[in-house]
Design a protein around this ligand. Structure first.
Ligand code: NAD
Length: 487
């Protein structure tokens, strides 16, 4: 098995196996090949991971932020040096083409370690509050043991985006990757140890929806950060609430992307394609409802079809491949069901809609698909598909499109393409979303906050804002004169 790790879990600085856990296979989606065989964590493994994190955390928190940052920055350097190897593993784990993983996965994780490693020395300060003689000051204190639970679309990135702000703030982390993509996080654990991270501060345990609750409900866990779907988010939030634990919820979306008639057409089409087809459409922030002004609809669709049909689908480890398979057979079935529903409900198929020829038949490939004449009430316009299915909807004016764009329970992201700067800002202001892009789509550098509103979640990853979600404020009041007591 070509990606078999030394053991399933990584606890207290080393690999750990417990064969009492339910066995499961890690499958390379491009061929159906079993590339690793692992075991889900037993309750004993969960206990061991949380105990290791709890034991290691106080000493780590007592270090200066600069000392902690030095280790994270070293981890960033190691990740960049080993980018090819990590990207290949990410490709095996997810099926995403190497062309993407080489620029978007380990490198994004490394950015996160570098950013938080660098800024924390200045960003973890508190305030001094003068009180006319007396004074108070605030400290940013870590929360303790944090749990991260990941989705399968960006396994390495998600692990790093949660772990970098958690560690720099003085916390310990127990991370559970998605059962579909268990491999990348183990490599990150190895790299953090190589960078000098004391043992016990970053632990990886495997498992699925049965394992997650053992972490979320554990009495020694102070915070849970989930990346996953809205239904999972509801369950995890409810469980965390029963223990009054802190939460960050990075959930799903059905984001609007609005293309006005004055937009640069090639750029708007490029943005819409990136925002629907990158990672075979398995991106939470994708702009899957593309509202195109009626006057440019025909030109938009014709060129979109031309460019979509030219996408190179194939072996993800081939540098020329632009689109790989979906993460699993189950996910492909789900997407094909949505495509069938789109047809049934009267959407017009422009291109795609099936399984491509000339690729490995055991792989979970699917064609990039475009529907036109989609209306707001269709299932494909309302539900998150999480596959390469673009819905193009027509609109006539700005007020109308804003009401329709906001007419969803989700609020993760949104985009607008227009040459009119004032309109761009006006529309961005009115779109109900955690992040809005003007004249681009899906760019998420570590310097900017990322996260959703409405049912898409709350809390923010990346940027200085993430530090607020891994620390709490402690206030110290200092009296400078004797107590004046009426008693
Ligand atoms: P999922 O909700 O099925 O699973 C997410 C994780 O939660 C997995 O690790 C799973 O094992 C775990 N889990 C499931 N039930 C649990 C429970 N009851 N308690 C604890 N843990 C539990 O999501 P998925 O299919 O892996 O990923 C796709 C979803 O993730 C999509 O909805 C997508 O939009 C969302 N997503 C969001 C972001 C974001 O940043 N907002 C990023 C990527 C993916």
């Amino acid at each position: 098995m070509r990606a078999q790790p030394k053991a399933s879990h990584f606890i207290d600085g080393d690999y750990v196996e417990d064969k009492d856990g339910t066995p499961f296979d890690s499958v390379y989606p491009a061929t159906g090949e079993v590339i690793a065989r692992l075991h889900a964590a037993t309750p004993a493994i969960v206990e061991r991971a949380i105990a290791a994190a709890k034991r290691a955390q106080p000493e780590w928190a007592a270090l200066s932020p600069t000392a902690r940052g030095r280790i994270l920055k070293r981890a960033a350097d190691i990740m960049r040096t080993r980018n090819r190897e990590l990207s290949e593993l990410e490709t095996l784990d997810t099926g995403k083409p190497i062309q993407e993983t080489i620029v978007a996965d380990p490198t994004s994780g490394a950015d996160s370690f570098e950013f938080f490693g660098g800024v924390a020395a200045a960003a973890l300060n508190g305030d001094y509050i003068p009180l006319g003689g007396d004074f108070a000051f605030t400290k940013r204190v870590p929360l303790g043991v944090c749990v991260g639970i990941g989705a399968w679309n960006y396994p390495q990135q998600i692990a790093c985006w949660k772990t970098a702000p958690a560690l720099i703030s003085g916390n310990a982390m127990v991370f559970k990757p998605s059962e579909n993509t268990p491999l990348g996080a183990l490599k990150i654990a190895e790299i953090l140890v190589e960078a000098g991270l004391p043992k016990g501060l970053f632990n990886v345990i495997q498992g699925d929806r049965e394992t997650g609750p053992l972490l979320v409900n554990h009495k020694d866990v102070a915070k849970v950060s989930l990346t996953g779907s809205v239904p999972t988010g509801r369950k995890v939030y409810a469980a965390a609430a029963s223990g009054l634990r802190h939460v960050t919820m990075e959930l799903g979306g059905k984001s609007p992307l609005i293309v006005f008639d004055d937009a640069d057409l090639e750029s708007a089409i490029g943005g819409a394609m990136l925002g629907n087809f990158y990672s075979t459409g398995q991106v939470c922030s994708n702009g899957t409802r593309v509202f195109v002004h009626r006057t440019i609809k025909h030109a938009f669709l014709a060129r979109l079809k031309e460019r979509t049909d030219a996408i190179v689908i194939g072996d993800p480890l081939d540098d020329a491949t632009q689109m790989g398979p979906m993460v699993s057979m189950a996910q492909r079935e789900k997407v094909l069901d949505y495509i069938a529903k789109g047809r049934e409900e009267g959407a017009r198929l422009i291109t795609g809609g099936g399984i491509p020829n000339a690729v490995n038949a055991e792989g979970t490939y699917i064609q990039p698909t475009v529907f036109a004449d989609v209306t707001d009430d269709m299932t494909i316009a309302r539900e998150e598909i999480f596959g390469p299915v673009m819905c193009v909807l027509d609109f006539d004016d700005e007020d109308e499109v804003l009401v329709r764009a906001n007419g969803t329970e989700f609020g993760l992201s949104a985009g607008v393409f227009t040459a009119d700067l004032t309109r761009g800002h006006r529309v961005a202001d009115r779109l109900e979303a955690g992040i809005v892009w003007i004249n681009t789509y899906n760019l998420c550098p570590v310097e900017i906050p990322f996260g959703g509103s409405k049912q898409s979640g709350f809390g923010r990853e990346n940027s200085l804002a993430a530090l607020n979600h891994y620390t709490e404020l402690k206030t110290v009041y200092v009296a400078m004169s004797p107590v004046q007591s009426p008693y």
